[in-house]
Write a protein that binds this ligand. Structure first.
Ligand code: AKG
Ligand code: FE2
Length: 355
């Protein structure tokens, strides 16, 4: 175990030792402790959309706002929203509870009953399960929580006397309930802007308890350069709403190049997931993104994933369809199988219909 590592940190260095050795990656000396991972990456502002325009008195302004959301989803697959209706104090509260739970000892977090949080098995995750190369390495830990674990149970004293996590459940519930309204609102706009007439589509497929909330923590990585906090991936959902702190590190692919997202304290980030790309027949883009580890600062983010139930069938809204239809359960299983076999997700390209 690395002598500098905190007892709450997962044993990254120990676990990735052989991978570092194989790739000749040696610890940086004190004179070279800056990472080069971000050095050549362009920093760009994502499209910024003011959601207060959705309730403007002028109908034209409301329509223009919807058009901007749809255009950003086609051209970038990513955008930022301000005046999104999530109170600042709720975001701060979420961050505070998240910091506390990650500060718990690693052995307790990874334990079978995960600090008595009564979450589904495998909710606490860290690192990459099967990295074959450096680009598949993730220097981060996460609680990936099915909202069903939080929504469907009566309030209980989950903390079992642990004051550090006593508010976590109610904070997650409040946060997720508020963010789910925003997620549904944006998803409904995207459905409407494709001219689809079934405007209840999202409500029929998704409910608050089919969604997921993921709390991410990226410990600093001072000793190695070229280390990723989260390996490149697309999200397996309709759309994701992300709240991040001000450290930065999120990058996405735009026009074939990695670009770095500049944090904006007023904004939430929205990105399109694979299910919207499949349903929209490739119109809305589920874009590859990653997080680079910071050499000095730890980083936190919270992601809300708008997901349907496992048996929901995803099929393009119009023919000829680029993808064969699949159930969300089938999609998730395929992703898990590919990660086990190849060390990374293959995703939607598995479901392409080759004409
Ligand atoms: O932490 C971030 O900025 C991104 C997180 C992310 O991509 C995810 O949880 O899927
Ligand atoms: Fe993601």
């Amino acid at each position: 175990m690395d002598r500098n590592a905190n007892i709450s940190d997962p044993p990254f260095e120990e676990t990735y030792k052989n991978l570092f050795l194989k790739h000749n990656i040696t610890p940086l000396t004190t004179t070279t402790t800056t990472t080069t991972t971000t050095a050549t990456i362009e920093v760009r502002d994502l499209p910024l959309i003011d959601l207060s325009r959705l309730v403007a008195t002028a109908a034209k302004e409301r329509e223009n706002c919807k058009r901007d959301i749809a255009n950003a989803s086609r051209e970038w697959g990513f955008f930022q929203v301000v005046n999104h209706g999530i109170p600042h104090r709720m975001l701060e509260e979420m961050n505070k509870e998240q910091v506390k739970v990650f500060r718990e000892p690693f052995n307790k977090k990874k334990g079978d009953n995960c600090m008595n949080l009564r979450l589904s098995p495998g909710s606490y995750r860290w690192g990459s399960p099967t990295p074959n190369c450096l680009s598949q390495l993730s220097w981060s830990e996460a609680f990936h929580i099915p909202m069903n674990d939080i929504c469907s149970n009566a309030p209980r004293n989950i903390a079992n006397g642990n004051p550090n996590i006593s508010n976590l459940c109610s904070t997650v519930k409040q946060f997720a309930t508020t963010v789910s309204e925003l997620a549904n609102k944006l998803a409904n706009i995207l459905v409407e802007k494709l001219g689809h007439d079934e405007l209840t589509f999202i409500e029929e497929k998704c409910s608050p308890n089919t969604c997921y909330l993921r709390m991410n923590r990226y410990p600093p990585c001072p000793k190695y350069s070229h280390v990723l906090g989260l390996m490149p991936h697309t999200d397996s959902d309709f759309l994701t709403i992300l709240y991040q702190d001000q450290v930065g590190g999120l990058q996405l692919v735009k026009d074939g190049r990695w670009i770095s997202v500049k944090p904006n304290p007023e904004a939430l980030i929205v990105n399109i997931g694979d299910l919207f790309q499949a349903w929209s027949n490739g119109v809305y883009k589920s874009v590859v993104h990653r997080v680079v580890a910071n050499p000095r600062f730890e980083r936190f983010s919270t992601a809300y994933f708008l997901c349907p139930s496992g048996d929901a069938v995803i099929q393009s809204y119009r023919e000829p369809s680029m993808y064969r239809k699949f159930s969300f359960g089938e999609y998730r299983q395929q992703v898990q199988q590919d990660v086990r076999e190849f060390g990374h997700k293959i995703g939607l390209s598995r479901f392409l219909i080759c004409n």
